[in-house]
Design a protein around this ligand. Sequence first.
Ligand code: HEM
Length: 142
Amino acid sequence: MTSMPLPTPAHITLVQTSWQRCQPIIDTAANLFYDRLFTLDPSLRSLFPAEMGEQKKKLMTMISAAVAGLNDLNALVPVVQKLGRRHVAYKVEARHYPVVGQALLDTLATGLGPAFTPEVKEAWTVVYGVLADTMISAASTP
Ligand code: HEM
């Protein structure tokens, strides 16, 4: 897809430094994220396992890997494409991606407080958009 702007070096730095700031509260952030997601769309709960402990760790690890990988998008893209294809088996559809992005932004807003500036919000919006776009496109190609 061509509509999505690529993250600039400034976006990448803002996402990486703000994600660093979240690390001391990462377990709280994971709880906040899923609470927020299932409040925004309770129907998504049934896609996930009853026991969410492992899922929370996997999501945070993947976000950390993606955030670190932003400096080398050529290496990151195939990893994210494979992740997108695995999500088809999890019954995830393209229409689910915006609400997950909203839950992520809301979690960052809560976790970062005043450090969640408009610039940080914009940077995460662009970065999530690129990741989601890459996953969605890959989901419909072998
Ligand atoms: C940038 C976006 C996303 C990232 C980085 C992400 C990351 C992950 C990771 C790392 C896993 C662990 C399993 C694996 O690696 O295959 C996973 C599983 C899963 N994700 Fe996502 N995901 C994203 C978007 C979504 C969306 C939009 C949904 C829709 C609700 C979703 C629902 C799920 C479900 C249902 C599972 C499987 C849980 C299970 O059965 O264990 N994810 N995701």
